[in-house]
Design a protein around this ligand. Sequence first.
Ligand code: COA
Length: 379
Amino acid sequence: MSLAEYRPGLADVPAAESAISDIDGKNARLLYRGFPVEVLARESTFEETAWLLLKGELPRQKELADFDAQLRQRRALHFRMTDMFKALPATGHPMDALQASVAALGMFHSTREVSDPAGNWESCLRILASVPTLVATFHRVRLGLEPLAPRDDLDHAGNLGYMLTGKEPSPAVRKVLDACLILHAEHQMNASTFAARVVGSTLADPYRVISAAVGALAGPLHGGANEEVLDMLEVIGSAANARAWFENAVATKGKIMGFGHRVYKVKDPRATVLQDLAEHVFAETSRPRSYDTALELEKVALPVLGAKGIHPNVDFFSGIVYQSLGIPKDIFTPLFAIARTAGWLAHWLEQVGGNRLFRPEQIYKGYAERKYVSLDERA
Ligand code: COA
């Protein structure tokens, strides 16, 4: 590629050197710091995975215990943050509340000098610990309910489930939530991670960095597809309707939500794990009709779309899992953000660790220099 060549969307243009995660889109492999994501989803916890992403290695026992304790200590919000949520419109989207409140959180904490490694680590702890509380507090406040104080006797996933639903999750549900957080924690140079690195490269503090990344994730081309999958499955209505619906979608060149990916040309490994997790959840809840519709849709779509390298992506099953846990649709993308905060922070640390300000070029397509015409002389 010549340096002057313009690639819309910066497709295939490396924007950073990174050691955090790697994707092999032909062989359905996603590695966090060298470890396959499906192994982490099965064997690890979100706390351990977050440490791995942030520090580069799996933690030793004491490191993990200290990290876990430090996160638990930092979950509670200043009462003024709760007041702020009360001032926001209850009809507002939770992603907007999250973006605004992460930025506001930075106003309460003074560790904003990004050349200080100890301060940077404190910010990582504070942000990772607080983001679930921000989402859950806005959710409760908009429903007219009193916010729940975070529980320090529960781990990250358990406390998140508790604060969102008001019920302590069963061990099986906690495990599913934890695995969902792990599966969404990192995915190399996607739009929100790039946004985080660009803002980080200005040496803005990490609250501003994560706030920008949340804004990028909120767009429907990035974080919003799992909501649309559920809408689509509701429209299809039942497994019996899937074939006719699909044939009509193909004939009218409609997109099948939850299918296709810029990088994966086979079934997204995260979709495979989520499908397995869904079966576990349904053993506890009940098996929703949308799941059978999704399975049938996948079956009828495979011969047509599979041949073009279009397969289920991570969003195809995640919404069904969240819905069966009683989580409302507009909290799906905030859950993605809660998980991805670990990856964003890892990229921020990597960026500031060897920083150069992002300042790309453009190809100018406008006028050459021309003469200013005063207002009364303009035709
Ligand atoms: N359903 C039907 N056809 C699809 C499709 C889908 N979900 N995804 C891609 N295609 C087709 C396109 O129509 C296009 O066909 P054409 O060449 O005949 O015009 C071809 O595949 C390439 O699609 P394109 O959108 O250019 O691929 P991309 O790599 O830029 O897009 C996505 C990737 C994710 C944006 C795209 O697959 C999509 O919109 N999927 C649905 C939304 C979704 O699930 N997003 C979550 C991603 S994790």
